[in-house]
Design a protein around this ligand. Structure first.
Ligand code: ATP
Length: 235
């Protein structure tokens, strides 16, 4: 098991962001975290990444994580692509990618990985010296994911990777994510419209008002779409 959340709870002052989340993720698994707007998906992701104080326990690769240690978590292989992507708009595409590798010392390997990203996504290569802020939303999302991969993560946390994107771009991004399983990378992906994440995930957790209200095999949850949609509507 690479990740285990035990009774995770996060408050924003008096407002509960997450009330009680228990979740596990095995090595090499893709797990979807689904739920309506405000259900607590982003809060869960940020707590795991070390960006928020919390109660309960987060275990990562057998050790209990200390809260609020984002840089230590990143160094240990936990990489977050935040909602809204977190691209540095006034830096170039290549500078954004290099930021992803800032903790690494194997510069030759970093250069090779950047070149192979430019081959895989030629638009990034063509615009390598252009400002990242001029890329389309979908291109920025790909840039954000590639930047996170340059940290050589063991667990990738993706918060709403399809937010605001056209269907074709969403499909391309999810097929990119689905390929991570073959590389042995573990992925936790949060998505409000659960369709794409359930299609690529092994398992899923449905959050409502800061609690897990359903979990199981992703295909079974997808088949129970009616119940799910009802819950999302009230969640
Ligand atoms: P979305 O997809 O809209 O981000 P979500 O499922 O990720 O939804 P969260 O953003 O985790 O949900 O929000 C969970 C709860 O915490 C909501 O009630 C939200 O209003 C509240 N919340 C989130 N961030 C803050 C904050 N910075 N200050 C106060 N309350 C917050």
């Amino acid at each position: 098991m690479i990740l285990e959340l035990n009774a995770l709870a996060v408050n924003y002052g008096a407002i509960p962001g997450v009330r009680k989340v228990d979740l596990t993720l095995d090595e090499g698994e893709i797990v979807a975290l689904i739920g309506a707007n405000g259900a607590g998906k982003s809060t869960t992701m940020k707590a795991i990444a070390g960006l928020l104080p919390y109660r309960g326990e987060i275990r990562y690769r057998g050790s209990v994580l200390a809260p609020m240690r984002a840089e230590a978590n990143l160094a240990a292989g936990l990489s977050l692509v935040p909602e809204g992507r977190g691209i540095l708009a006034r830096m170039t595409v290549e500078e954004n990618l290099r930021m992803g590798a800032y903790l690494r010392r194997d510069h030759a390997a970093v250069n090779r990985e950047i070149i192979s990203a430019f081959e895989r996504f030629p638009i990034l290569g063509k615009r390598r010296n252009g400002l990242a802020g001029y890329l389309s939303g979908g291109e920025q999302q790909i840039l954000a994911i590639v930047r996170a991969l340059l940290a050589r993560p063991k667990l990738l946390l993706l918060d709403e990777p399809s937010l605001g994107l056209a269907p074709l771009m969403t499909a391309e991004i999810f097929s990119f994510i689905a390929g991570f399983r073959a590389q042995g990378l573990s992925v936790l992906v949060a998505e409000q419209k659960s369709k794409h994440s359930l299609a690529i995930a092994d398992r899923a957790y449905l959050l409502s008002m800061g609690e897990v209200v359903a979990s199981g095999a992703a295909n079974e949850l997808a088949e129970g779409g009616l119940i799910l949609n009802t819950m999302l509507a009230i969640g």
